[in-house]
Design a protein around this ligand. Structure first.
Ligand code: DNO
Ligand code: MN
Length: 390
C-alpha cells in the first residue's frame, strides 16, 4: 500500500474503540500516553502496557502523536536541559519498545487554532473554521494584547470594530473556549477544560516569549534537535515535526514551520534522516503562500508521517476544513508523489461532524463518521493511484 492506514485514538477512554477501528480498515494506531504530564518521562512499562493493549486488538501502535515538547524548551528556560534529558529517555524507551515514529510540534504557547469548532456548511454538516475577524476580536478585545491591532489590515479592523458592538457575553465565552481551551487539552496541555480564567493563564504564558523572535526560536529548536536526534538515531526512532497550524504568526508569537523556506531550514539544521517531517497537508494548505504539491515533491523523502486533510482559503483570509476530494490540499496529487515511499503511516486528520454524530461529544475535529468517510475516500484515491498506469 502507498500508506499504512492509521487513526488518532485517544486511549482507553476514547468512545471509539479499537474493535470499531478494525471494522473500518484501520491498520495502525496513532496515540500518546495522555495521562503523563508534559515533561515527565514515559517509562518502558507504561509504553509497553499501552502497546500490548493495542496489539491485543489486532492493531499496532504505529505513531506517537505527540511526545510534547515542554514550553521551557521552546523559550530556553532555566530547566530546559533537564527537560531535554527526560525527552531523550522517553525516546529511548519508545525505541526499545519498537514504537518508532514520533510526532511533536514546536509551536509556542498554543497548538492548532480555530475560532469555530462546528460551523454549519451548506450540506448540513459542521466543519472546523478559522474566522479572521473573530480571531482578531479575541486578540484585541479579549486578550487585550498590546499593539495587537498592528497585526491586522484596516479592513479587518473595521469588521472587528463592528463585531465588538454586537457580540454577546455568551459568544465571547464560546470564543475563548474554542480558541484556547477545547483544542488544546489533548496536545500541548497548557490549558485544560475546567481551568479557571484561561485568558489570564494564556497571557502569562505569552510573557515568556516577549523577547523571542523567529531567529531565537529557531536557535532553541536547533539546540533541542542537536541533543535529541543522536538518541533517535541510536534507537531507530524517526522524529517528525508537525507544521504550524495555521502556518503564520499568531498573537505576536513566532511560528517557524510554516513554508518551504522554514522546512528547508529545519531539515538542514540537523541534516539527519531521523530528523523529519509530519507532512500535514491540512495545516500547510491553510497558508495561501504554500503550494502543497510542490512541498510534497521537495520534502517527501524526509517525511515519516502524513496527515491527509484539505482546506479552502477564502478571499477574506478565513479558512475552512474541506473534504479530501477538494480544496487546496490537492490530495490526489500528494498521494501520487508519495507512491514511491511505500507504507508510511498516514491518518486522516480531522473530519466534519455529520449524521448521528451531531450532538455527541468528541474532541474537536475527531468525530467518527466524518473521519470514517474521509478514510474511505482516501483509501479509494490510494487504490486508484496505486493501480494507475504511467
Ligand atoms: C490537531 C493536530 C495537532 C497536532 C500536534 C502535533 O488536530 O494536527 O494537535 O497533532 O500539533 O504535535
Ligand atoms: Mn495535522
Amino acid at each position: 500500500m502507498i500508506f499504512e492506514k492509521t487513526w488518532r485514538w485517544f486511549g482507553k477512554n476514547d468512545s471509539i474503540t479499537l474493535s470499531d477501528l478494525r471494522q473500518i480498515g484501520v491498520e495502525g494506531i496513532v496515540t500518546a500516553l495522555h495521562h503523563i504530564p508534559n515533561g515527565e518521562v514515559w517509562s518502558g512499562k507504561s509504553i509497553n502496557d499501552l502497546k500490548c493493549y493495542i496489539e491485543n486488538s489486532g492493531l499496532r501502535w504505529s505513531v506517537v502523536e505527540s511526545l510534547p515538547v515542554s514550553e521551557s524548551i521552546k523559550y530556553a528556560g532555566r530547566n530546559r536541559n533537564q527537560l531535554i534529558e527526560n525527552y531523550k529517555v522517553s525516546l529511548a524507551n519508545l525505541g526499545k519498545a519498537g514504537v518508532r515514529t514520533v510526532c511533536y510540534n514546536f509551536m509556542p504557547v498554543i497548538d492548532w487554532i480555530r475560532t469555530d469548532l462546528a460551523r454549519k456548511q451548506d450540506n448540513g454538516t459542521y466543519s472546523l473554521y478559522f474566522d479572521l475577524v473573530r480571531f482578531a476580536y479575541f486578540d484585541i478585545h479579549i486578550l487585550k494584547r498590546v499593539k495587537a491591532d498592528r497585526d491586522y489590515s484596516s479592513e479587518t479592523l473595521e469588521k472587528v470594530h463592528h463585531l465588538a458592538t454586537i457580540i454577546s457575553t455568551k459568544e465571547k465565552e464560546e470564543l475563548i473556549e474554542n480558541i484556547i481551551v477545547k483544542t488544546q487539552g489533548f496536545v500541548n496541555g497548557n490549558i485544560k477544560e475546567g481551568d479557571q480564567n484561561p485568558v489570564a493563564i494564556f497571557n502569562r504564558l505569552l510573557v515568556y516569549y516577549k523577547d523571542i523572535g523567529k531567529n531565537q526560536l529557531r536557535e532553541n529548536l536547533k539546540y533541542f534537535l542537536q541533543q535529541v536526534i543522536p538518541v533517535a538515531e541510536e534507537y531507530g526512532v524517526n522524529l517528525c515535526i508537525h507544521p504550524d497550524d495555521p502556518p503564520f504568526p499568531v498573537f505576536g508569537l513566532p511560528r517557524i514551520i510554516t513554508n518551504e523556506e522554514d522546512i528547508a531550514w529545519f531539515l538542514n539544521a540537523v541534516d539527519n534522516f531521523h530528523n523529519g517531517l509530519t507532512f500535514c497537508a491540512g495545516s500547510l494548505s491553510a497558508g495561501r503562500h504554500n503550494d502543497v504539491v510542490n512541498l510534497a515533491k521537495k520534502f517527501a523523502s524526509r517525511t515519516h508521517f502524513v496527515h491527509l486533510r484539505s482546506t479552502n482559503v477564502l478571499p477574506n483570509g478565513d479558512f475552512v476544513e474541506a473534504s479530501p476530494l477538494e480544496g487546496r490540499g490537492n490530495l490526489l496529487r500528494v498521494i501520487e508523489i508519495f507512491k514511491k515511499y511505500q507504507n508510511l503511516p498516514m491518518r486522516v486528520d480531522h473530519g466534519p461532524l455529520m449524521l448521528t454524530d451531531i450532538g455527541k461529544e468528541y474532541n474537536p475535529g475527531y468525530s467518527f463518521l466524518g473521519r470514517m468517510k474521509a478514510l474511505g475516500e482516501i483509501s479509494g484515491m490510494m487504490e486508484a493511484v496505486l493501480h494507475s498506469i504511467g
